[in-house]
Design a binder for this molecule. Sequence first.
Ligand code: SF4
Length: 353
Amino acid sequence: MEKQDIKNFTIEELEERLAEIPAPPFRARQISEWLYRKGVLEFSRMKNLSKDLQKRLDTVFYVSRPEIAEIARSADGTEKFLFQLTGRGHSPSPTQTQYVETVLIPERERRTVCLSTQVGCRYKCAFCASGKNGFTRNLTLAEIINQLLFIRFKHNQKITNVVFMGMGEPFDNYENLVRAISVINHSQGLGIGARKITVSTCGIIPGIARFQNLGRQVELSVSLHAAKEELRRNLMPVSKKYPLKELVPALADYTRKTGRVITLEYLLVKDVNDSVDCAEKLVDITKHLKAKVNLLGYSLVAGNNYRAPEKEDVLLFANRLTQKGIFVTIRKSRGNDIAAACGQLAGKRKNEI
Ligand code: SF4
């Protein structure tokens, strides 16, 4: 029987799987501490397991190692990691190397990691490099968790916050997203509080409907980027399938059921979605949803004609919202010198192959 990657099981799943080894369920928690708390990659180093159990585990499982292709460091401290997927446990095309990227954003006492959930993305948002590269496949649970583990143990510093905002649409890989949240949040996993975990969607309504029944206090943010139907359709083709007239009620339902405040992400693009009218429509939606807005100035991506706004344009747009009583945060654009926006590094690598 082919060995399985032990990181492709949640801690609860591993408890059940151990019965077949056989080993008692509490061993799953010990193994998880070695994997996620200590970064151990060999069963033989799991000192509180008997030699016999170490051997039996070794016949059924292996422990995957993340393989890094490139690390880029920004002058502002942001680091971007390009992972090369090895293909063990799944079958990437032998002719195509697959890459996925992850960003570490240190800010004062916070260390936020932006995780990817897919190789590429099928949604083709106009300003996004990941969409341009097309969709290849979903990441496994182990491939999602390994991004975090590599960064955690490379610097030997705790990760405080996790955002699912890298390559891919998290709700399109729903099962592995939820399983990854379970490992990240678990006290014998990475032990990161649910409120420190944010899932960002481009507006997949069935995913939002499922997520509201998850029963964890995980944050939800939605990439809105336009509050007018036609403009959003142009910027985000996903809006043809899930238009604002259906998305907004779905989000209102989410807030009603969970009692949680949604964040609306708004990427400000010069002369595209920065008009007074755009701000007014955004105010209407935000007030209706009792949401907050996270504003970010667009940074240039090769291959499109969009222009970045000046700092003053971003402040002016933010003021138009705050004057109407909307809570707005302005996200600093980080890592511009290392192509830190989603998909840029992987796209560059793909073009070089
Ligand atoms: S912004 Fe997100 S949903 Fe849109 S193409 Fe990029 S990765 Fe996909």
